[in-house]
Design a binder for this molecule. Structure first.
Ligand code: NAD
Ligand code: SER
Length: 326
């Protein structure tokens, strides 16, 4: 069933994950073979690497078709989405982008006989009735956020397209992603990025989650590796498709602050929980990712101390050069 990947469309290329995935894909496949797309321009023009960019709203099926035909696309990495916190502020938008956008991508992939499609899910697929510690691969999926329910629907739809139409769709339930290139786009785990910028700039941070809110997290290099490893896996070895549990580390804001204090001893943290606390309280504290390990050899490289050291090294260097983006 596995077909060759030659021309790639990346949606959501201006976002936190898309902007870094773009670099990885262009390095691997050549800049001309990876079409970046989003509804907003790429934040860093250097990310373009001379490759093509198309404005493409994923809620507009004809526009996706147009881009696919123009560039002879045979593979889609679908990163365009509305995340949890933004989704709770505007559930109608989250439904439209996440449900209709994902459906449009899958239908386009079916019609054009695409080689492969990557569609991420999230720990937001789980809900308060799910076992929160070491959350199993197969478990209760009753999320209480609009974002979460669009992610469950995306997983089920992806499975349907695999079984019913033979479209090779793959994806993981990402935990909160920590990174230093593009700021996160409105999620509940965003504090775990903002805290590093504030630690480097101001030595203090006010967290919008409680100090004991334990959540699963992952450093960007591991996230990118998971995407490329899963997309390169032998289809015949996969029993799951677009719903792989994925884990790297779990921590609370207080534990993250303590790990930052190893490098910045005078770092201070305060807590002012807002509406995102209820979202965090409905998500797992840790994840069982044994299916991903067994079916395609998933293994993360970064734990909390390694992530903190690398984030602070990069951001401190950027601060010293007067180039710290916010
Ligand atoms: P992001 O918010 O940083 O980026 C999403 C991008 O989608 C943005 O650049 C935005 O402009 C674009 N977009 C929004 N509406 C669009 C539309 N109608 N058409 C085309 N583009 C549109 O998100 P991200 O963190 O890069 O997430 C990428 C994927 O990974 C999403 O599916 C998200 O649910 C999933 N995910 C992310 C995390 C995380 O912590 N970052 C965790 C779990 C899952
Ligand atoms: N980081 C994402 C969010 O908080 C999880 O999917 O929305």
């Amino acid at each position: 069933m596995t077909k060759t990947i030659t021309r790639i469309l990346l949606t959501g290329a201006s976002g936190q994950i898309g902007s870094e995935l773009l670099k990885v894909l262009r390095r691997k496949h050549g800049p001309a073979n990876v079409v970046a797309s989003d509804i907003q321009p790429l934040a860093d023009p250097e990310l373009c690497d001379g490759g093509p960019f198309e404005f493409c709203d994923v809620t507009k099926r004809e526009r996706i078709e147009d881009v696919v035909r123009t560039h002879g696309i045979d593979t889609i990495y679908h990163m365009a989405a509305i995340l949890s916190a933004t989704g709770e502020k505007n559930p109608q938008l989250a439904w439209n982008v996440n449900i209709n956008g994902t459906y449009n991508i899958l239908e386009t992939a079916r019609e054009h006989g695409m080689a492969r499609v990557f569609i991420p899910s999230s720990i937001a697929a789980f809900g308060p009735e799910t076992p929160r510690a070491n959350t199993p691969q197969e478990t209760i999926l009753r999320p209480k956020t609009m974002y979460g329910l669009t992610k469950v629907a995306g997983e089920l739809l992806a499975d349907y397209y695999v079984r019913r139409f033979g479209v090779d769709v793959r994806g993981c339930r990402f935990p909160g992603i920590i990174s230093h290139e593009t700021l996160p786009g409105g999620g509940t785990t965003d504090y775990a990025v903002a805290i590093f910028y504030e630690a480097v700039k101001n030595r203090r941070y006010t967290c919008f989650l409680r100090e004991d809110s334990r959540l699963p997290m992952m450093y960007m290099p591991d996230c990118l590796k998971s995407v490329t490893d899963l997309m390169a896996a032998d289809f015949d070895r996969l029993r799951h498709h677009a719903d792989f549990n994925l884990a790297a580390m779990s921590f609370t804001p207080a534990e993250l602050a303590a790990a930052i204090r190893v490098h910045i001893p005078d770092f201070a943290i305060a807590y002012a929980p807002d509406f995102r606390q209820a979202i965090a309280d409905s998500w797992p504290t840790s994840i069982d990712d044994s299916a991903a390990r067994e079916e395609w050899g998933w293994k993360p490289a970064y734990d909390l101390p390694a992530t903190v050291k690398d984030m602070l090294d990069v951001l401190s260097r950027r601060q010293a050069e007067g180039k710290l983006n916010t």
